[in-house]
Design a protein around this ligand. Sequence first.
Ligand SMILES: [Zn+2]
Length: 48
Amino acid sequence: MKRNLSCPCGEQITGTDEDDLVEKTQRHLAENHPDHEYSRDEILFIAY
Ligand SMILES: [Zn+2]
C-alpha cells in the first residue's frame, strides 16, 4: 500500500492509508498549489 508522497515543492506527505494520503495531498495542493489539481489515480501514481 502506498502511504508516502514527495511533493515537487519539497513537502513530504504521509498518510495512514491510501485514502488518508489522497486526502492530505489534495488539501496540500489546495493550500499551496491552487493551480494544480490531481485526481486520486494521479496522486497514487506518484505516491510510493
Ligand atoms: Zn507542495
